[in-house]
Write a protein that binds this ligand. Structure first.
Ligand code: VYG
Length: 173
């Protein structure tokens, strides 16, 4: 059953991790290693549908490509692109039309897809990392129509084993 046929079902959520200056990546990689952050991503997305761009698909470590326990959808313009274990689509509309309406759909990156999908989302799960790192990929701006629903830890930051401070912020609209 397509999403349209099922009526607007599970709305879209967008999830990313960024530095204080909005950097989400550099040279196709993530310039930090924060186990608690990866656990958060895994916990939130497990059992849902993950929608990602081709570069993000290719950046996934082999051992988690496709991301286990989730329906994987890859959006790419290149016809004939093959992604073992994922459904390949050629537009955001096609991704949303084919995603199981009974599952939470998550846009998991990268920057290009975030820009397109944030306007169709009603939930953002953002990891803020207290780090000033250079990068070439940026998080989408969170407009004032979004209101912060929660922050974890409530007051302050968690600390990663490598000494990076980070926190989880949820937005709704
Ligand atoms: C976690 C990284 C991450 N964080 C938040 N909060 N939002 C995201 N949109 C996100 O990017 C997911 C796709 C890219 O992911 C990776 N890119 C490079 C190296 C590793 C990964 N990870 C490692 C953990 C793995 C697990 F399944 F364990 F979660 C998923 C793949």
């Amino acid at each position: 059953m397509t999403r349209a046929a099922a009526g607007a079902a599970a709305p879209i959520a967008v999830i990313w991790a960024q530095t204080t200056t909005g950097v989400i990546g550099g040279d196709g990689d993530i310039p930090w290693h924060i186990p608690g952050e990866q656990r958060r991503f895994k916990q939130l997305t497990m059992g849902g549908t993950v929608i990602m761009g081709r570069k993000t698909w290719e950046s996934l470590p082999e051992r988690v490509r496709p991301l286990p326990g989730r329906d994987n959808i890859v959006v790419t313009h290149s016809r004939g692109f093959e992604a073992q274990g994922a459904r390949v689509v050629h537009s955001v509309d096609e991704a949303l039309a084919t995603a199981d309406p009974a599952k939470q759909a998550w846009c998991i990156g990268g920057a290009q897809l975030y820009a397109q999908m944030i306007e169709r989302a009603d939930r953002l799960e953002v990891t803020e990392i207290d780090l000033d790192a250079p990068g070439d990929a940026f998080a989408p701006p969170v407009g004032e129509q979004w209101r912060q629903a929660s922050a974890e830890p409530e007051s302050g930051w968690s600390m990663s084993p490598e000494g990076l401070r980070y926190r989880f912020v949820s937005y709704l609209r």
